[in-house]
Write a protein that binds this ligand. Structure first.
Ligand code: UDP
Ligand code: MG
Length: 312
């Protein structure tokens, strides 16, 4: 098996048929062994029936059907747990991506890249509610994670097998896979792909996604940089705070005992106490974090490294 196509799908009854037909044409032309995995994320329209009919005629089409709507990330995770190919390609089910672009990604992977991300050009979505927030998000994510992509939100992406088999997906984190995978030291490329307006069905997301992406970015940044050493970030802040508190306290003591001033009504006293308490608390959180991290990696047997190959 060479290629696995993983497609999350939620209420896309009118899109399934044309999507399948276009995929078939493209994949036959690419000429590799392939499988198509469509993850039905709890659709409540006609999608399950259409998928069932298609599956009956095609053994290369796997359908994983969720009991209810678990979200796009969960659908990706299920696809990643089940695929068998050497390269996995993800895309949307709504025909906004063009299956015909798959070969562009495959070519890049063959050049030696581990992750290839599509870049929707030109993007066919409303400017104010979609393109603008996404421009800001792409810039921020690039700055914060150090993986510079123009279009994190594009679902049309390709990964080498090992990359996604090693990535644990939670919450809404699927758009950060290239950034998370970068932790392992992967090489990431970007190719322009076509994008179309949605013809059938409705978008499942609104503007509220923007704030969630921001919070997720915070999580990703923390997981990438400090998840194995929380004491470094919390302890560092704690030490600074505690030192400033001690400094101020020292100054106030000097004012009181050496100069005989009254310090009881000085706001600085409050600040000194606050900083010292805060410092102690931050250091304690860091230590607790260290305990949590040890159980986390221990219980899940999660490696804290990623091996490319072993020459034995
Ligand atoms: N999707 C899904 N589960 C969800 C929401 C969306 O599987 O809970 C699928 C949806 O069917 C589509 C893809 O994820 O194939 C992208 O969704 P959508 O087109 O609504 O997002 P947009 O393109 O508007 O960002
Ligand atoms: Mg879409």
């Amino acid at each position: 098996m060479d290629l696995s196509i993983v497609i999350p799908l939620y209420n896309e009854a009118e899109n399934v048929g044309p999507l399948y037909a276009q995929l078939k044409t493209t994949l036959e032309r690419v000429g590799r062994e392939y499988e198509i995995i469509i993850v039905d994320d709890g659709s409540t329209d006609g999608s399950p029936n259409v998928l069932k009919r298609l599956h009956e005629r095609d053994i290369r089409l796997k359908v994983i059907r969720f009991r209810r709507n678990f979200g796009q990330t969960a659908a990706f995770a299920a696809g990643f747990d089940h695929f068998q190919g050497q390269v996995v390609i993800t895309m949307d089910a709504d025909l906004q991506n063009d299956p015909a672009d798959i070969h562009l990604l495959v070519e890049k992977i063959e050049e030696g890249y581990d992750v290839v991300s599509g870049w929707r050009l030109p993007r066919q979505d409303p400017f104010l509610t979609r393109r603008l927030p996404s421009m800001i998000a792409n810039w921020l994510i690039s700055q914060v994670t150090g993986v510079h992509l123009h279009d994190y939100g594009c679902s049309l992406k390709a990964y080498r097998r090992e990359v996604v088999k090693n990535v644990q997906l939670y919450g809404d984190l699927h758009r950060f896979i290239p950034a998370i995978a970068n932790w392992m030291g992967v090489s990431v490329a970007e190719v322009p792909v076509r994008h179309y307006p949605r013809r059938f069905g409705r978008s499942k997301y609104g503007l509220s996604r923007a704030s969630r992406v921001l919070l997720d970015l915070l999580t990703v940044r923390f997981l990438l940089s400090y998840s194995t050493r929380p004491i470094h970030i919390f302890g560092g802040l704690g030490l600074i705070s505690f030192a400033m508190g001690i400094g101020l306290g020292g100054y106030l003591s000097f004012a009181k005992f050496a100069l005989g001033q009254d310090i009881g009504d000085r706001p600085l006293l409050l600040l000194a106490i606050l900083l010292m308490v805060l410092g102690v608390q931050l250091i304690s959180i860091g230590l607790l974090g260290e305990l949590v991290v040890r159980t986390y990696y221990g219980a899940l047997h999660k490696p804290i490294y990623a091996v490319r190959e072993v020459l034995d």
